[in-house]
Write a protein that binds this ligand. Structure first.
Ligand SMILES: Nc1ncnc2c1ncn2[C@@H]1O[C@H](COP(=O)(O)OP(=O)(O)OP(=O)(O)O)[C@@H](O)[C@H]1O
Ligand code: SF4
Ligand SMILES: [Mg+2]
Length: 347
């Protein structure tokens, strides 16, 4: 296998909540707590898990926005040497963040409404000193073309555009610096369903054309199944399963992965509206994660061992799974009998 473009090892991002004058310090939020995975050049790695599991925090750590508490983020630079972004002084590593860029969920709030499109997309070019001022307009016009927008949009302001167009502007801004890795954090979740497909198609076309690699963060499992090569599943700051997308979706080996998949909306209500099954119980608080396997309070298969012993990630079938009993539990039977709570609402 080729050398990974990015290799994350034992990554931790914790948020301290110190007390104030009259308030006690709150427990540390262990948003990401010892996570490891690789991203191979050219792949789309899907990162899934329920809300609050630490997906965005991983994206922010990789793009240098969140400060890491422990672990390494090894990046194979264009020039060849591998550097640890987590260990580098801020100033030194900053230049690599022209190569690792983020596409955000909400183009409405992620684009500065007071800047013209020319400046929104041109800003990273200026910040990283990648284009001479005289060349920026031409480069931005090319980028607009690349994302399917007309060059006359240059002088307009983001509010003049539809959600889909704004996300195209956000994507143009992300690719302006010729990145190698794009972290797409719920990049289509805020868009109308009718627009999502267009933006996904654009992202996939740009990937092929520009030779990009994606970390694709999403709670939309069907979408991840459609576009990812490999998938990482997170639960409360920890990685519970990782493996090739086809194998993982066909044969999930961790009870949490299976429950997530069972919770995908299905057209099963009598009135024809989609039904949404939720995983039983609540996501645990990352400031107060359960001991042993973090998933044990919600798991149908939990044993005494699960309540005390943290399961290590180990190969099971085609995937790697952090579950003590992965080989011995019948997840298909669980899907048939699991007391999933159906809230009947479209998520
Ligand atoms: N700056 C911060 N300060 C304190 N806690 C934070 C901070 N950022 C994130 N958290 C907490 O860390 C945990 C993980 O958050 P994160 O945004 O990474 O989750 P997520 O998986 O992206 O969720 P979602 O699917 O809702 O986007 C949450 O409990 C969140 O409240
Ligand atoms: S380790 Fe135990 S509690 Fe955790 S997922 Fe496996 S069976 Fe369930
Ligand atoms: Mg998020």
């Amino acid at each position: 296998m080729a050398e990974p473009l990015l290799s994350v090892r034992d990554l931790s991002v914790h948020f301290e909540r110190p007390g104030g004058f009259l308030t006690k310090a709150q427990p540390t939020v262990k948003a990401v707590d010892g996570v490891s995975f690789d991203i191979q050049p050219g792949e789309t790695l899907g990162l899934v898990g329920e809300s609050g599991c630490g997906k965005s925090t991983i994206g922010r750590a990789i793009t240098g926005v969140a400060r890491t508490r422990g672990g390494t983020i090894s990046y194979a630079t264009k020039e060849g040497p591998v550097v640890d972004l987590a260990a580098m002084p801020r100033r030194e590593r900053a230049r690599y963040f022209s190569e690792i860029r983020m596409v955000f969920q909400d183009p409405q709030s992620s684009l500065n409404a007071r800047l013209r499109v020319l400046d929104v997309i041109g800003e990273p070019l200026r910040n990283f000193g990648l284009s001479r001022p005289a060349e920026i307009k031409e480069r931005v016009a090319d980028l607009l073309d690349l994302v399917g927008l007309r060059p006359e949009y240059l002088e307009r302001y983001p509010h003049a555009f539809s959600g889909g167009e704004r996300q195209r502007i956000g994507i143009a801004r992300a690719i302006a610096t010729d990145p190698r890795l794009l972290v797409a954090d719920e990049a289509v979740s805020a868009l109308d369903v009718s627009i999502r497909g267009q933006i996904i198609n654009l992202l996939m076309a740009l990937k092929a054309r520009l030779g990009l690699t994606y970390l694709f963060i999403s709670h939309d499992l069907a979408l991840v199944q459609a576009i990812a090569d490999n998938v990482v599943v997170m639960y409360v700051g920890a990685l519970v399963e990782r493996g090739p997308a086809a194998a993982l979706f066909a044969n999930p080996r961790h009870p949490y992965t299976a429950a997530l998949m069972a919770a995908v909306p299905k057209p099963q209500r009598g009135d024809g509206r989609p039904s949404h099954a939720a995983i039983r119980g609540e996501v645990a608080d990352p400031a107060n994660a359960p001991p042993g396997c973090r998933y044990h309070p919600r798991c149908l298969f939990a044993t005494e061992r699960c309540r005390v012993e943290v399961p290590a990630l180990r190969p099971v079938g085609a995937s790697e799974v952090a579950c003590h009993h992965a080989e011995h539990i019948d997840l298909n039977a669980a899907a048939r009998h699991a007391p999933l709570e159906t809230n009947g609402a479209n998520p």
